[in-house]
Design a protein around this ligand. Structure first.
Ligand code: ADP
Ligand code: MG
Length: 405
């Protein structure tokens, strides 16, 4: 794919730049969950994002470039935090690549530079968590220049961090002459582009999750494109309350009622709300629970969509040619309230088998799909939660703009 933006500028792909013998600084998104292993040491709990970066890393090593990887992990406060070191990630990458991965915990300086210089062509080095440096989130010029000084070529493959203008995602690009987009970033973009520009119809969106406030922009943007918007999760209750339907003790964002009502009234023919719910006495897997039709009984809270809703949503999804899904249908972390979410995952898998294009994004949504067992039958699982939502909302991605030549 060659990416040409509306202006005359161009974004180069890995196939279009010379990599042999070059020092190639690659921003990846290795912001992965860690857990304590049996030996008490930290290890990677889910390596999906590491695997997703392999095509780009291999493209550079196979072309004879030297790879210098950088990523953030978690939210350290601009200073080293041993619990958020990328060392366990480097270990996991080494296993996946079946090749040595050098890891240097120092800031950019003599040690890093010497390691880069001594690396053979095809070698891989990983830098420590970019957010250990105060300049990362501030997008400091000094850090951007330091990072750029390591590189002949800058490659960004961190779609998941592309909505942020940080030193390693954006600033650094201004100081390296040759820059390119990585394979994963490219694939994410082309999928989302198809979704927005040429979706096969019918086009259905499924939105759920914890809060409406995170997703107002996306709801509005998608309503202009989709034929149907299926709502689930806690988001349903803000809409229901806005329509003056009883919601019991369900989670509601009261400051968004007006906005939810306006959106609903504008797109009543497209928006579908759950017709039944799994309601519980408490936010607890062991709390007494049952199915409630229509309204939520007093004192109870809605924690999942009910069987009639599952049936209705499933039918619509199986009749769709394009589906985008963000936000679980219920509190899927608790087994008694996970059925709705897993049923939607199953419906997406079946729709994909039938030829539909299906896309899932969002940290919790992707975790849910992975847990459901249907992940490999879904067309595209995005590595970008907020970045995907920002793109669907039509917002510019600063890291993408910075790649333009
Ligand atoms: P994503 O990370 O995929 O964008 P969100 O972060 O918006 O999704 O929402 C995920 C969270 O929403 C989950 O932790 C889930 O437990 C919660 N959730 C879903 N439905 C409900 C509900 N009815 N009440 C309370 N929380 C809910
Ligand atoms: Mg989330």
């Amino acid at each position: 794919m060659s990416i040409t933006t509306e202006t005359e500028s161009h974004i180069f792909t890995l196939d279009e730049v010379e990599l042999k013998g070059k020092r190639v600084l690659v921003r990846v998104d290795f912001n992965v969950p860690l857990e304590a292993g049996e030996d008490g040491r930290q290890r990677v709990a889910d390596d999906m994002r590491i695997r997703a970066a392999l095509p780009t890393i291999r493209a550079v090593t196979e072309a004879g470039g030297r790879v210098i990887l950088m990523s953030h992990l978690g939210r350290p406060r601009g200073e080293p935090d041993p619990a958020l070191s990328l060392a366990p990630v480097a270990d996991r990458l080494e296993e996946l690549l079946e090749d040595r991965v050098r890891f240097v915990s120092n800031d950019v300086g003599r040690v890093v530079r010497e390691t880069v210089e001594s690396m053979p062509e095809g070698g891989v080095l990983m830098l420590e968590n970019t957010r250990f440096q105060p300049g990362e989130k501030r997008n400091s010029e000094a850090l951007a220049e330091d990072l750029a000084s390591l590189a002949d070529v800058y490659v960004n493959d961190a779609f998941g961090a592309s909505h942020r203008a940080h030193a390693s995602t954006t600033g650094v690009a201004g100081h390296v002459k040759v820059k390119a987009i990585g394979r994963l970033f490219e694939r994410e973009l082309s999928t989302l582009h198809t979704l927005l520009e040429q979706p096969a119809q019918p086009f259905t969106a499924v939105l759920g999750g914890a809060k409406v406030s995170d997703k107002i922009g996306v709801i509005e943007a998608l309503l202009e494109r989709v034929d149907r918007l299926l709502i689930g999760g806690a988001m349903s209750y803000t809409f229901m309350k806005a329509l003056e339907r009883p919601v019991g003790a369900s989670r509601v964002e009261d400051d968004l009622l007006d906005e939810a009502r306006t959106i609903y009234e504008r797109a009543e023919d497209k928006i579908i709300l759950p017709r039944d719910h799994v309601v519980a006495e408490d936010f607890d897997n062991d709390a007494p629970h049952r199915i409630a039709e229509g309204e939520i009984p007093r004192g109870m809270m809605g924690l999942d969509i009910g069987p009639a809703t599952i049936g209705e949503y499933r039918k619509i999804l199986l009749d769709s040619q394009t589906i985008v899904w963000n936000g679980p249908m219920g509190v899927f972390e608790m087994s008694n309230f996970s059925k709705g979410t897993f049923a939607i995952a199953e419906a997406l898998a079946e729709a994909s088998d039938g030829g539909a294009m299906t896309v899932v994004g969002g940290g919790d949504s992707v975790a849910a799909v992975n847990r459901s067992g249907y992940a490999d039958r879904i067309s595209h699982i995005s590595t970008g939660g907020c970045a995907m939502l920002a793109f669907l909302e039509g917002k510019a991605l600063p890291a993408l703009e910075a790649l333009q030549s």
